[in-house]
Design a protein around this ligand. Sequence first.
Ligand SMILES: [Zn+2]
Ligand SMILES: [Zn+2]
Length: 157
Amino acid sequence: MGYVMAKNIADSKDTKKRVKEMLEKLKGRDFRITPQRYAVLNILAENKDHPDVDQIYNKVKTQFPTTSIATVYKTVALLKEQGEVLELGFHNCNNRYDGNKPYPHSHVICTKCKKMMDPELSTLDELSSEMSQKTGYKIDSHRLDFFGLCPDCQKKG
Ligand SMILES: [Zn+2]
Ligand SMILES: [Zn+2]
């Protein structure tokens, strides 16, 4: 029953596709898929708000109360190792995770409520090649974050 419940989280086509890709990558690894781990994959693939480990843990726990936070850490670490989740570290808050777009992309983070968004920026590729031209570096990753107040927090004043 729990397994079916976890499966229902994968509502969008995109989420299902990502979970499938993650499972493919984990197949060769010593990774036994359990309903709890499946739920972790779903939450990461769905990526509602770039959750941190605590948020993932709390979500999984509502369905599977016996889940341990170690399970969440281990699953995230394994996915990170396989390049299937992007880890975003910040000096003033917990690491956040994006399992929907596991490749480098830029984010905007609300300094008040920590909400994070990642719209596609049309100029990001240009920026990367400009950096390469100016420095001679062969760029294979980047990190570009924007900080400010989200519309909701602006309204609240
Ligand atoms: Zn905000
Ligand atoms: Zn993202």
